[in-house]
Design a protein around this ligand. Structure first.
Ligand code: AMP
Ligand code: GLY
Length: 428
């Protein structure tokens, strides 16, 4: 098969790395890709939302499947674009229909979906500029901290959690009256703060049957101790030690099955990944959010643990016979440490030479934000390299990831040295 992956991060390098191992693969293309994806496939300079250019490339290169990495093309309707085109409609797109992508594209839609289908989640209300006053009054009925979410996509910055009522009121006013996040905050979801420890569960579905993939925990803040600004993710651990069989069973019964059935009841075609962000509240799962794609860097820890042929699983998604496939999982721990550019997630430099990649030993260096510049690999994003390692214990895997993070050099490199630290208590 000829496969086109859309995206350019560590997630897409991990997909490309895994798909390149499939016996079913003939040619692999990544649009636009990075220096890492170029080592396992061919990069093509096409933007992920340039549907017309994607169509031309797919037809010119006899592409048999399109795997969508980020949410943007999904929310903009790439699945529907293929379905509506006579030349493209037989080519499977791994990712949901536009209506399904609203689970990530609109917090209000996603909350309504959960309530409608009895999926455990925080109590909430949605407000607009017209109902700002009611929103301010609603805040007064809640206990701090307050959770305010811009309805639309806001590049991961749309959730704010003020600790005082005064700040919460100011934030709500900024979002609704002053369009703090532009059109994304034309509606704001205010919800109850959930206590507990977070984790992510990933599901692959063909719309009827589903496979539960390994769980992961990510590290969102830039600073050690999970302090400072939010990032795309600074590391990931899989499996999550507290997500034992009994917990995952609850997630399956209370969240996954109602989600798949809910999508069907609502008439939504969903063939792709569902990323469920959960709070484990004393053993009870509550949904924080859905994403309609895999996580980054969670993919870099989860995908290497899948022993089965990923392309075969994707074929099952496309053909609707996922139930005939099995997902075999490596029992070992996988840990991912994200190396970022100094200054990230605020301003940072690009174009710095990355050296020492050839010294990496016993880990996989997934490129997150790099590009080839002549003979050099140079930095090309805030998140630069994701280092994934295996171990029979989490500690052993982490030791490898940190050792290799030392071998790779570029100006102002930074990574969190406390990835997994909060989980050590589960191994004592
Ligand atoms: P989201 O974009 O919805 O995942 O929110 C970003 C982060 O905000 C989550 O990963 C949580 O850490 C936090 N968060 C979101 N909603 C809640 C909530 N209701 N209670 C506690 N923390 C939350
Ligand atoms: N690491 C979180 C995300 O991909 O949304």
């Amino acid at each position: 098969m000829n496969v086109l992956i859309l995206g350019s991060g560590g997630r897409e390098h991990a997909f490309a790395w895994k798909l390149s191992q499939s016996k079913k693969l003939k040619n692999l293309f990544i649009a636009p890709g990075n220096a890492g994806t170029a080592s396992v496939g061919k990069n093509v300079e096409i933007g992920v939302t340039d549907f017309e250019a994607i169509k031309k490339f797919v037809l010119d290169n006899q592409i048999d499947m399109v795997v969508v990495g980020p949410e943007d093309p999904l929310v903009k309707g790439i699945f529907d674009y293929f379905e509506a085109d006579n030349q493209l409609k037989k080519i499977p797109v791994i990712g949901p229909q536009k209506a399904g992508a609203q689970l990530e594209g609109s917090k209000d839609f996603s909350k309504q979906f959960m309530i409608r289908h009895n999926i455990p989640t925080a109590r909430y209300q949605t407000f607009t500029k017209q109902t700002l006053r009611d929103g301010l009054a609603f805040l007064e009925t809640l206990e701090p901290p307050f959770v305010l979410k811009a309805d639309g996509l806001a590049a991961g910055k749309g959730v704010v959690i003020p600790t005082t009522l005064e700040d919460a009121k100011k934030e709500l006013t900024d979002m609704l009256a002053n369009a703090k996040f532009g059109a994304a905050s034309a509606k704001v979801v205010i919800e109850e703060f959930l206590k507990g420890i977070e984790l992510s569960v990933f599901v692959l579905t063909d719309g009827n049957s589903y496979k539960i993939l390994p769980s992961a925990k990510d590290y969102k803040r830039i600073g050690e101790g999970d302090k400072g600004l939010n990032t795309g993710g600074m590391g990931a651990i899989s499996p999550v030690p507290f997500a034992d069989e009994a917990f995952i069973k609850k997630v399956e019964e209370r969240v996954i099955i109602p989600t798949i059935n809910g999508l069907k009841k609502d008439g939504i075609v969903y063939k792709g990944f569902i990323f469920i962000g959960l709070m484990n509240n004393n053993g009870d799962p509550q949904v924080i959010e859905y994403n309609v794609r895999m996580g980054d860097p969670e993919t870099e820890a989860v995908i290497p643990r899948i022993k089965s042929d990923l392309l075969d699983l994707f074929e099952g998604v496309g053909n609707g016979n996922l139930h005939e496939k099995t997902v075999e999982v490596d029992e070992r721990f996988a840990t991912t440490v994200m190396m970022v550019a100094g200054g990230y997630p605020e301003t940072y430099e690009k174009g710095d030479i990355v050296s020492g990649l050839e010294l990496v030993e016993g880990s996989i260096a997934f490129h997150a934000g790099t590009k080839q510049d002549g003979n050099n690999v140079v930095t090309n994003g805030g998140r630069v390299i994701a280092i994934t390692s295996f171990g029979t214990s989490m500690a052993e895997a982490l030791k490898n990831s940190f050792a290799n993070a030392e071998r790779i050099q570029y100006k102002n490199k930074y990574y969190r040295r406390d990835i997994g630290k909060d989980l050590e208590v589960y191994f004592k």
